[in-house]
Write a protein that binds this ligand. Structure first.
Ligand code: UDP
Ligand code: MG
Length: 326
């Protein structure tokens, strides 16, 4: 019977069975093989939040294979304010965040990475702004401790997205944020299949404010976002919030045809004035390559959107829950 219900409803039913006071703040923390970081980050969160009333930390295990899950469950057994939702395999960071949003009960919900790059010490300032009337307080990265090429790519990507997106998505704001319950409820009602949470967070509106911070380096271990996952996230961000690439296709088409016409004019003029026919082989090949290349590119862009439409029509849930320790 449960299987017929939407997965966020199932999450809420699971929560009903687990009564207890509604926490002020829920921290949602996706974990994928973060064994070296888990204890340190949990201790930091607990000591920062303790003075601020009831709270819960939702560790969303995204199919870890290094013992993170068993360790998190151990922490839950000792301190029930730490809760664990284990996904049935690795579904990716954004899906894990969504799973956390579906299970969080707090009047405010915080999204935070487990590697220490989103410092828990910023939470009191976020809570203060929330109590002062901000429905969303998002972290803005003043600078990052990351390799030069990664920093440059992030910089370029956020500026590009800012330019092409249909709505204003603040640059250099990641997922690290605190959101009021009403924002979380709005996000949960969306159910888009290509989740790009920091974009959807802008889309839902409400009063939002950015809190600048220096993003530290990852505490321990390797980045769990592979290049492939990062590219997919970036593509999702652009395609979910902009049709600019599709328009780019027509712009490219117009430019290449214009160039083609210009070239025909040039060839005719050369024939009439100079009386000489250009040899032509090189230019012919060049034109074929340019036209062929831009056609393939345009088809590729169409394909990306079609793939997303296809994904959307399948209506698969973002994740499957393996077990809950609430
Ligand atoms: N993460 C996850 N699933 C994944 C990849 C990452 O839950 O498939 C988690 C990871 O454990 C961490 C957070 O998402 O808590 C951010 O990952 P990472 O630090 O690798 O990303 P980066 O900071 O390099 O963007
Ligand atoms: Mg990180």
């Amino acid at each position: 019977m449960l299987a017929a219900l939407p997965h966020d409803v199932v999450a809420q039913l699971a929560l009903l069975a687990n009564d207890g006071a509604v926490p002020v703040v829920s921290v949602v923390m996706p974990v994928f093989n973060e064994m070296e970081n888990l204890d340190a980050i949990l201790d930091r969160i607990v000591s920062v939040l303790e003075p601020h009333g009831a709270f819960e930390v939702l560790v969303v295990d995204d199919g870890s294979t290094d013992g993170s899950l068993a360790h998190a469950i151990g922490r839950h057994d000792r301190d029930h304010r730490i809760k664990v939702v284990a996904l049935s395999r690795n579904f990716g960071h954004q899906s894990a965040l969504l799973a956390g949003l579906h299970h969080a009960r707090g009047r405010a919900v915080v999204l935070m990475d487990a590697d220490g790059q989103d410092p828990p010490e910023l939470l009191p300032a976020m809570i203060e702004r929330w109590q002062g009337g901000s429905d969303v307080v998002y972290g803005v990265r003043r600078n990052r401790q990351e390799s030069q090429w990664k920093r440059t790519s992030y910089w370029l990507f956020y500026r590009f997205l800012y330019k092409v997106a249909d709505l204003e998505i603040p640059p250099d704001a990641g997922d690290f944020c605190l959101m009021d319950r009403k924002v979380v409820d709005a996000l949960r009602s969306l159910n888009e299949s290509s989740a790009y949470l920091r974009g959807l967070r802008s889309w839902v509106g409400f009063t939002q404010s950015g809190l600048e911070y220096d993003r530290p380096a990852r505490e321990a271990g390797e980045a769990k976002y592979t290049l492939r996952k990062l590219v997919r996230l970036a593509l999702n961000g652009v395609m979910a919030f902009s049709a600019a690439p599709l328009r780019l296709a027509s712009v490219l088409g117009v430019i290449t045809s214009l160039l083609g016409f210009l070239y025909v004019g040039f060839a005719v003029a050369a024939r009439l004035l100079a009386g000489e026919v250009p040899k032509g082989w090189t230019s012919l090949i060049a034109i074929i390559l340019i036209v062929g290349g831009s056609q393939l590119f345009v088809i590729g862009v169409l394909g990306e959107y079609v793939a997303r439409v296809y994904g959307e029509t399948k209506r698969r849930p973002h994740y499957v829950v393996g077990s809950r320790h609430l």
